[in-house]
Design a protein around this ligand. Structure first.
Ligand SMILES: [Cu+2]
Length: 193
């Protein structure tokens, strides 16, 4: 008799624990299902389309250009460093294969000039040499990817040892970054973006 009671007890205990285990599994399963159904919705919300923009690059370039017009070599170097950082943050995922290739070709070159300008505080002549090529890069970026901001392509016939050079400006008035205070108004607007 004792044996029978004991085995009934053991059996019922096993049944109860089995039921509990099933319930736990059910809970886990329904949680997994829930999180799986929620995930795609959140993902769709996150991938809201924002278009590719070179605005931050242009902003850093313009502050570098404005430092040069003031003959401020240290400010020019700081802007060069800021531009290197900005270039590292640009999200290229929104670009198609062809666009990405174009962008990277220009941006690689641009980064090199920004690094040289950043490393040459105190040597404004050398900074201005790199600014000739940097300005061509910025011109190409704006021509390729467009701008919301009104921009001007200015030209100085004396810069780059008389070969002439362009720069990009946000103002219509000529303020020459190649000569600064020496010849601030030398040059002309050649094109509008
Ligand atoms: Cu250099």
């Amino acid at each position: 008799m004792k044996n029978i009671i004991l085995s009934v007890l053991v059996l019922s205990f096993l049944l109860v624990s089995c039921n509990q285990k099933n319930k736990q599994e059910e809970t886990v399963n329904s949680e997994t299902v829930n999180s799986e159904t929620i995930k795609p919705e959140t993902a769709t919300v996150k991938v809201s389309p924002t278009s590719f923009s070179i605005k931050e690059i242009v902003t850093d370039y313009l502050s570098l250009k404005n430092a040069l017009t003031k003959d401020d070599s240290n400010g020019t170097a700081d802007s060069g460093k800021a531009l290197v950082k900005t270039l590292g943050k640009i999200d290229m995922k929104k670009l198609s294969g062809e666009q990405m290739k174009t962008y990277m070709d220009i941006a690689d070159d641009l980064k090199e000039h920004a690094e040289h300008i950043g490393d040459n505080a105190g040597n404004i002549a050398h900074q201005r040499e790199h600014f000739v090529l940097m300005s061509k890069d910025i011109n190409d970026l704006v021509a390729t990817f467009g701008t919301d901001q009104k921009l001007y392509q200015d030209f100085c016939p004396m810069a780059d040892e008389g070969k002439g050079a362009i720069w990009i400006s946000e103002v219509k008035d000529i303020k020459n970054p190649y000569y600064g205070s020496e010849m601030l108004t030398c040059g002309s607007v050649r094109k509008e973006f």
